[in-house]
Design a protein around this ligand. Structure first.
Ligand SMILES: Cc1cc2nc3c(=O)[nH]c(=O)nc-3n(C[C@H](O)[C@H](O)[C@H](O)COP(=O)(O)OP(=O)(O)OC[C@H]3O[C@@H](n4cnc5c(N)ncnc54)[C@H](O)[C@@H]3O)c2cc1C
Length: 403
């Protein structure tokens, strides 16, 4: 996101620098498991003035390809990036902000926080009660199934990360139990097109934050159950169940060495099926209203998620059945370096569409920041352009006040 902003700042001749603690595309290099591919198709790898132009627009990039894609964008846009420069503190001054880094200090009038929404895996505090004999992993420490001890694996969380890891780990021959809470079910393809093509084409992804009724809830929605594979597989809970993954309810507590799961699995399935069908209905309406029906296949509906015959409510974590737990329970941003009073009691930045609650301070890359697609690569351009417009207006107003 920082590189997208840089592109627009350059276009407006606004002097700037992009600070990066690692190398370009650092998160994709250091914070992803080995087999991960993007879940967005190649045709949606779009940054300002730059997009995927290879032979497979419907394919999904490997991490190596993502790193190459982003690095090429940085090079082509001559982004002024200072790599291996960690921002350790940002404070307000009369004129703007003072930025302390591991590579010297800077002063700036405006600052864009584009440090990412997924800096730290979010692990629930109940994890502290897990017995020592069970090894715990997060998506940052898990690289591939060989990292896990032999034996059963409990994966907590059934969003994109959880379902992808459950699929990979069960294929490695280990028994896998997947704890399922609220989730977003989507088929990989719908009416012959990638489901994310529909999100894009129908305008659902472009829906603006100020048009969404329950913005706080929508900003907290989990990522969709999707995987990017060469054969465009749908990876839903029925598929995982068929592959041998044992589904259990939401992990509610760990007490006296026992993991306790909620009994609401059937409701979670029904809710996810209902929401998915509602979304598919929106796509159908859009295709009809825009005379696109002839371009795509006929409307389809998926089978309801298959319920396991009996879901366990309790699991003894001490008896050796489960040797490791992977916490696929989401991510959160890290603002420990931001010494400006703009963080709420949930650890989130206070902002209105990326305009942070402090003069000249902006944010990019947060969930539904300005649009539903704001955290995706294809969401960077629109958000960055609009926020750089705002930033330029802010600088111009300040210049007028000073003269
Ligand atoms: C597992 C996973 C899979 C994903 N899959 C997809 C996908 O398929 N398609 C898609 O479009 N999106 C996907 N995303 C979302 C993806 O993170 C965003 O699309 C994109 O990377 C967000 O860009 P960003 O610049 O906001 O954050 P990041 O890519 O995280 O970049 C932030 C940068 O800031 C740097 N940084 C952080 N703190 C500091 C500091 N204090 N000082 C200096 N530098 C700092 C980091 O090193 C990092 O390079 C996925 C995310 C995750 C976690």
């Amino acid at each position: 996101m920082g590189l997208a902003a840089s592109r627009y700042l350059t276009a407006r001749s606004i002097d700037h620098v992009v600070l990066e603690r690692g190398q370009i595309a650092n998160s994709w290099r250091r914070e992803r498991w080995d087999s991960l591919r993007l879940l967005t198709p190649n045709c949606q790898s779009r940054l300002p003035g730059y997009q995927y132009e290879g032979p497979d627009p419907d394919g999904y990039m490997t991490m190596r390809e993502v790193i190459e894609f982003i690095s090429c964008f940085a090079l082509l846009s001559s982004a002024p990036v200072r790599t291996h420069t960690t921002v350790t503190c940002v404070k307000r001054t009369d004129a703007g902000y003072e930025v302390t880094t591991t590579n010297g200090n800077l002063r700036c009038r405006t600052l864009i926080v584009a440090s990412g929404a997924c800096n730290v895996p979010s692990v629930p505090s109940l994890s502290q009660a897990v017995p020592q004999s069970v090894q715990c992993f997060t998506p940052f420490t898990y690289r591939n199934p060989n990292d896990l001890p032999e034996g059963g694996v409990l994966i907590v969380g059934a969003s994109a990360t959880g379902v992808q890891l459950a699929d990979e780990v069960v294929r490695s021959g280990r028994p896998v139990m997947l704890s399922v809470g609220e989730h977003v079910r989507l088929p990989r393809t719908y009416r012959g097109r990638d489901v994310l093509w529909w999100m894009d084409a129908s305008g659902v992804w472009a829906q603006r934050y100020d048009e969404i009724d329950d913005l706080t809830r929508v900003r907290r929605l989990p990522s969709p159950q999707l995987i990017g594979t060469p054969d465009h597989t749908t990876l839903d809970l029925s598929a995982l169940s068929a592959a041998g993954v044992e589904l259990v309810g939401r992990l509610a507590a760990v007490r006296d060495g026992q993991a306790l799961f909620s009994g609401g699995l059937r409701n979670q399935f029904a809710l996810a099926d209902l929401k998915m069908n509602r979304l598919l209905g929106t796509f159908d309406e859009w295709a009809r209203a825009h005379a696109r029906d002839a371009e795509v296949g006929p409307p389809e509906r998926l089978e309801p998620t298959r319920e396991p015959a009996a879901a366990r409510l309790k699991l003894d974590l001490r008896n050796g059945e489960i040797r490791s737990i992977v916490w696929a329970t989401g991510f959160r941003p890290d603002y420990s370096w931001l010494d400006v009073p703009v963080i709420d009691d949930k650890g989130q930045l206070r902002h209105d569409g990326g305009v942070v609650d402090a003069p000249g301070l902006y944010a990019l890359g947060l969930p539904v920041l300005r649009r539903r697609k704001s955290t995706f690569i294809c969401g960077a351009a629109d958000d960055a352009r609009e926020l750089v417009d705002h930033l330029a207006g802010y600088l111009a107003t300040r210049a007028k006040v000073r003269s």
